[in-house]
Write a protein that binds this ligand. Structure first.
Ligand SMILES: [Zn+2]
Length: 317
């Protein structure tokens, strides 16, 4: 099949995902691009930002941190990607790119850090103003608020690590504890399902009451359910994030789990689904770089703590 140029294939109203770049490029270029994303993340904590549209080159890419960019205008061509005039179309050229990034990173390091610090300071100012505004709003509805009914959350529960370890330990001995596999799978399933559905609700400015399950719509931040519970829409969203409900860059992984779990019948199918899900990562949809493990959506703890738990599980079911 004859393919159009990058700009033709991905017009202004259609920003490419990393999976679509994979289809656009040959395998070598795609893996170089992903490797580049990983390398700058590991070495400099730099990430790909959201691509920018230009009339001349179509979507262009940029790398930076906290919304401050070190390199802009990275172009995509059929045979490679072009960083400040340097076209990376073979693996042989990749070391040149790394050397170039090292050079400009060192040259601009101080200025780059300062810009990020300034930006963070401005953000802190905005946060202060926001907190004051929210406090003001809160005091205006304070007489309606019942503290024991207000912003009481009950997100679907996370995994019990002892039970998870037990499932893997038994499995390694050849013992199939079907009840335990079902229990663990269901815990994952419910979090995936509510993560997806609650996110879809919140996109419509609707929340689900954690007391009775009713949907609470409206324009105002304050929501009162007929069961008596009360919520701030904003706080509800924040709680959803803080609880690490499954959503975001790995949403397609969670959606696939929901579908496959529904269809799974045998113990073996189920344990493979559980194991696969827990070993997945959130991948950047822009660059393919590996971010935090999906297991963090199901297990409490810091990234290194959760990684430790996952690597301690027998990974070869
Ligand atoms: Zn309710």
């Amino acid at each position: 099949m004859l393919q159009g140029s990058f700009k033709e294939q991905f017009p202004k109203n259609y920003r490419p995902l990393i999976t679509e770049l994979e289809a656009f490029w040959n395998n070598d270029i795609y893996s170089l691009f992903k490797e580049f994303a990983e390398d700058i993340l590991q070495k400099y904590d730099l990430r790909f930002g959201i691509p920018l549209w230009t009339e001349r080159y179509g979507w262009t890419y940029r790398i930076g941190k906290s919304g401050v960019y070190l390199v802009k205008g990275i172009r995509i061509g059929k045979t490679g990607f072009i960083v400040d005039g340097l076209e990376i179309d073979t693996r042989e050229k990749y070391p040149l790119l790394l050397a170039y990034i090292e050079e400009i990173y060192q040259q601009n390091k101080e200025e780059f850090r300062k810009k990020i610090a300034d930006k963070n300071a401005r953000q802190a100012e905005r946060n202060k103003a926001r907190i004051a505004r929210e406090k003001q709003e809160f005091s205006s509805i304070q007489s309606d608020i019942l503290l024991d009914k207000y912003n009481i959350y009950c997100w679907p529960e996370k995994l019990d690590i002892n039970k998870l370890n037990k499932l893997y330990m038994l499995d390694a001995k050849g013992i199939h504890d079907e009840v335990l596999a079902d229990e663990i799978g269901l815990t994952l399933y419910l979090r995936c399902k509510y993560g997806k559905e609650d996110m879809e609700r919140m996109e419509r400015y609707v929340i689900r009451c954690h007391g009775c399950g009713r949907e609470l719509a409206g324009q105002a931040d304050f929501r009162q359910c007929s069961c008596g519970r009360q919520y701030s829409y904003r706080e509800y969203r924040r709680s959803f994030r803080r609880n690490n409900m499954p959503t975001g860059a790995a949403a397609h992984i969670f959606a696939a789990f929901i579908k496959q779990w529904d269809a799974a019948r045998s113990y073996n199918e189920k344990i493979v689904l559980i194991d696969t899900l827990l070993h997945e990562f959130h991948l950047s949809l822009i660059s393919g770089a590996t971010h935090r493990p999906v297991a963090m959506n199901f297990i409490d703890g810091t990234r290194s703590h959760v990684e430790q738990i996952i690597s301690n599980l027998a990974g070869n079911l």
